[in-house]
Design a protein around this ligand. Structure first.
Ligand SMILES: C[S@@+](CC[C@H](N)C(=O)[O-])C[C@H]1O[C@@H](n2cnc3c(N)ncnc32)[C@H](O)[C@@H]1O
Length: 367
């Protein structure tokens, strides 16, 4: 099919060219893991989100996506000294906003090439730990902490960096069910590794973003400090959050309205499931509502969040700009990629406004 998608790609390429002309490109190739990492940030005022001029601390951004952690930690006064994400479209968005292209596959980065930092941030993918007995070995205290058998699991890439770089603190984020994943075993291994093996004082909490953005989105946040005397408490979040109406655009192009065919299909699907007692298949929302969780699959049919356009009218999807706002990104966040990629990136992201509050609480302890 050469139609709409091609058009979007062309527009994205054009936008990219315009953006590239705006700021100075990094001169080295950070995508190559073999070369020592050369950070690039704040080279030009044209970058929408350059780092602070006088930073209070340094941090790294792993599994960076589109930089939800970076946005929040820069606001807290931090300078990002290393970032990694292997997805080329996320790298594009990241570079357009922060002026730095993240390094690719973290598994091929030498830890010694990662600059020293105060805080490690990572929203890592949740994977099962397939190696039987790892947890037991950890609690028994192994001689060699990170051996071949753990390689390939992305959490252990984080652990490896923590072990060698010993940052003062870290902030990890994951889906709510990390806690219960693989009958609690995944979380147990993570917790034991961070505490017993790496010597961090660890705190964790499930936070629902709906107190700061109009979206029900529960995520687990794990915070750790090297200093055992730190007395950290998760910040208070407001009880009542904003409603969808606060982020809706006034004029939205027709292309975001569902086709009659798709709307008919979703209604029939929902009816079938409602009759079987399985709840509704789509989430229709009005300005006074809070949405369901935006998923990385939103580009498919948008069914989890459909914006009502009034009685008798076919609803529409959120626009990428509205998704940005729903995830707590500021209005000048640049989206240089196609709608499909943008939906995927926002659906995978952290909620910036949640991380802002956490960043303020964490940095209070270490700065
Ligand atoms: C849940 S998303 C994190 C999103 C990010 N926290 C944000 O605010 O946008 C996980 C990211 O990990 C990246 N990723 C997965 N495996 C990776 C690897 N081996 N090396 C580098 N990045 C990887 C994916 O491309 C994805 O963007």
């Amino acid at each position: 099919m050469r139609t709409k998608e091609n058009k979007k790609v062309k527009t994205a390429t054009k936008n990219k060219r315009i953006l590239s002309a705006k700021y100075k490109k990094p001169t080295s190739k950070p995508g190559k893991a073999k070369e020592p990492y050369q950070p690039h940030f704040g080279e030009s005022a044209e970058i929408p989100f350059p780092g602070p001029k006088v930073p209070k601390f340094k941090f790294i951004d792993l599994f960076a996506g589109i930089g939800g952690f970076r946005m929040a930690f820069q606001k807290a006064g931090g300078k990002c000294v290393f970032s990694s994400d292997w997805d080329k479209y996320s790298q594009e968005t990241y570079e357009a906003n922060y002026g730095e292209k993240p390094v690719g596959d973290i598994r091929s980065v030498k830890v010694s090439d990662i600059p020293q930092h105060d805080i490690l941030c990572a929203g890592f993918p949740c994977q099962p730990f397939s190696i039987a007995g790892v947890s037991k070995k950890i609690s028994l205290g192994r001689k060699h902490g990170f051996e071949d058998e753990r390689q390939g699991n992305l959490f252990f890439e984080i652990a490896k960096i923590l072990k060698e770089k010993k940052p003062k603190a870290f902030l990890l984020e994951n889906v709510k069910n990390l806690r219960g994943h693989d009958k609690g075993r995944t979380f147990e291994i993570i917790y034991n590794t961070l505490t017993e093996e790496l010597g961090y004082k660890v705190f964790y909490k499930i936070i629902d973003a709906q107190s700061v953005v109009p979206q029900h989105r529960e995520r687990i946040y794990i915070v750790g400090f090297k200093d055992q005397n730190v007395d950290f408490a998760f910040p208070e979040f407001p009880k009542e959050g904003p409603k969808l109406g606060t982020i809706l655009q006034e004029t939205v192009p027709d292309k975001y309205t569902l086709t009659p065919h798709l709307w008919g299909y979703l209604q029939a699907y929902a009816k079938k499931h409602a009759e079987a007692g399985n709840g509704f298949g789509f989430g229709l929302v009005k300005p006074e509502d809070v949405t369901r969780t935006l998923s990385a699959r939103y580009y498919k049919d948008g069914s989890e969040i459909l914006v009502s356009r009034g009685t008798g009218k076919i609803p529409r999807r959120l626009t990428p700009k509205e998704c940005a706002a729903l995830m707590g990104y500021p209005p000048n966040f640049t989206i240089p990629v196609s709608d499909t990629q943008a939906y995927r990136q926002f659906g995978n992201s952290v909620v910036v406004k949640v991380v802002e509050k956490l960043a303020a609480a964490i940095t209070k302890q270490i700065c």
